[in-house]
Ligand binder design. Structure first.
Ligand code: FE2
Length: 493
């Protein structure tokens, strides 16, 4: 029996399929098929692709419990959402699944399973920090396997709505004119340009009890009017919000150390995408695992994992649509030498928000002009840095990794550049980079980096996502063809 996990109805709809043997057969985002960024709904094309691999024998799982969410909405005086999963997914799409029952799982437990059951650990303390689940906004779990290999989760501590670090960060995102639940990563990038002068005032103003994570304010409704941040510079707000976020994340980690028994940390929820705050995790845990898609889209995998019940075989994040063929190493190098940059669309698409080499725009990081060249295509804010992808064995020559992080295979943490003048295109204003390290046992991008290093002596490339402006990442070859035409830049497969 296979297990299909679904997250849909709020933002970033996704489907994952886990086989009866624990293999992840498919995991993809609806947005890549519908071409609507952060599409909250499933679409026919992703359902068909997932069902093709799932075959006729499967069980359906949904990532949260709508009735539990309705309790929170009722208590908070908000509009109560649909109570049945079938009405969330929409009846037309449900037709594809027939009249099978859909098993629902608790939102934060889906996050916990997405992390723990893909992790290398046999037991762990699991920390989940997001905007809101049904009721929980922060939760800490003990996770382990019994002698039959079945996963068990015990909730050790939680903080309920509206005590939410994710909602705080989203409110600050909105305050500086960015899109909440979408552009939090831009706020994080802005933090390097400001001063955190207002961080302690934020803590005093918004937090009642820092140790217990008791908030005075419900950020779900945004900032209150006429607040003290009204006259503050956006960059200083970003910097202060980042420091307050890090202060709160550290408090959660301290709580996790006090209530949990493990030295292994599994961390999930949307706040786990804050790669700046993630540099602090090593102060509390020796071994850290963050599944590369720790937000709600990744909960589709968590729901399927709860259905499967045992450790899932995790190889890498390339789990979506396939563009078959050998990784085009020679073609990429030829284009890099000719044009300094090239698109690549090959193999299975990444599950998660980061392009890791299969749907990437790659560039030669040497020289000062490349950042502007790539920005011409990406047209994004000039202050935002590009990330390097590097042969893992060379990472320490160029970067100082934060404590607890010997590698960064899914671009989940920032590292300090040791020679920021050498490759300025991949260095942020504060002298850090969001590094992707590629180990020896990987294929595709690994062979490319090896060939590039042999040829140039440079062990890294600039790596950013391959997407048409305003659209999600390229999914199939026809998206790649559209990209080529629009930007007159070769995309090799
Ligand atoms: Fe969540």
């Amino acid at each position: 029996m296979n297990h299909i996990g679904i997250s849909a109805g709020f933002h970033d709809a996704a489907i994952s399929v886990i086989s009866g043997n624990g293999d992840i057969l498919f995991a993809g985002h609806s947005e890549r098929y519908s071409k609507k960024k952060h599409d909250a709904h499933l679409c026919v094309d992703i359902i068909k692709e997932a069902m093709k691999v799932a075959g006729p024998s499967y069980q359906l799982h949904y990532y949260e419990k709508p009735w539990l969410k309705a309790i929170r909405q009722w208590r908070a005086g908000q509009k109560i959402g649909p109570l049945s999963v079938k009405s969330i997914i929409t009846p037309e799409l449900c037709d594809h699944f027939g009249d099978r029952p859909i098993q629902t799982h608790v939102h934060h437990k889906s996050h916990a399973a997405a992390g723990f059951q893909t992790s290398p650990f046999d037991q762990a303390t699991v920390v989940i920090i997001d905007a809101i689940g049904e009721l929980d906004c922060i939760s800490i779990w003990d996770a382990c396997y019994d002698k039959n290999g079945n996963a068990h989760y015990t909730k050790l501590w939680s903080k309920k709505y509206p005590n939410s670090i994710g909602l705080f960060y989203s409110a600050m995102t909105q305050r500086v004119g960015l899109k909440p639940m979408d552009e939090e990563y831009i706020l994080m990038g802005m933090a390097a340009y400001g001063k955190p002068s207002y961080a302690s005032r934020m803590v005093n103003q918004y937090i009642r009890d820092l140790v217990e994570l008791d908030f005075k304010f419900n950020f779900h409704i945004g900032l209150e009017p006429n607040n003290f941040l009204d006259s503050v510079d956006d960059m200083d707000i970003a910097s202060s919000a980042q420091v307050m976020c890090e202060t709160l994340v550290e408090k959660v980690m301290q709580k996790a150390r006090s209530v949990g028994r493990s030295n292994n940390l599994v961390y999930g929820g949307g706040v786990a995408l804050n790669c700046l705050a993630n540099r602090l995790l090593g102060k509390y845990y020796g071994d850290i695992w963050i599944m590369p898609n720790p937000g709600d889209a990744g909960n589709s995998l968590g729901a399927a994992a709860l259905g499967y019940g045992k450790k899932v075989y995790w190889n890498d994040a390339f789990l979506g649509t396939d563009i078959p063929g050998e990784y085009p190493v020679a073609k990429i190098i030829k284009e890099l030498k000719k044009n300094k940059m090239v698109g690549v669309a090959n193999g299975r698409a990444e599950f998660g928000p980061r392009a890791l080499g299969n749907r990437s725009l790659l560039a030669d990081p040497r020289g000062p002009e490349i950042k502007d060249k790539v920005n011409e295509i990406k047209r994004r804010q000039k202050f935002r840095p590009f990330a390097p992808v590097i042969l893992e064995e060379h990472v320490r020559e160029y970067f100082t990794m934060p404590r607890g992080w010997s590698d960064s295979r899914y671009m989940q943490v920032i590292a300090t550049c040791r020679h920021p003048d050498l490759y300025p295109a991949i260095v942020h204003h504060d002298g850090t980079s969001r590094v992707q390290t590629v180990p020896k046992d990987r294929s595709g991008i690994r062979q490319l980096l090896e060939a590039w290093y042999e040829d140039t002596g440079c062990p890294m490339l600039l790596n950013t996502s391959l997407n048409i402006r305003g659209e999600p990442m390229v999914n199939d070859r026809s998206d790649a063809d559209r990209f080529e035409k629009l930007y007159n830049l070769k995309v090799v497969s």
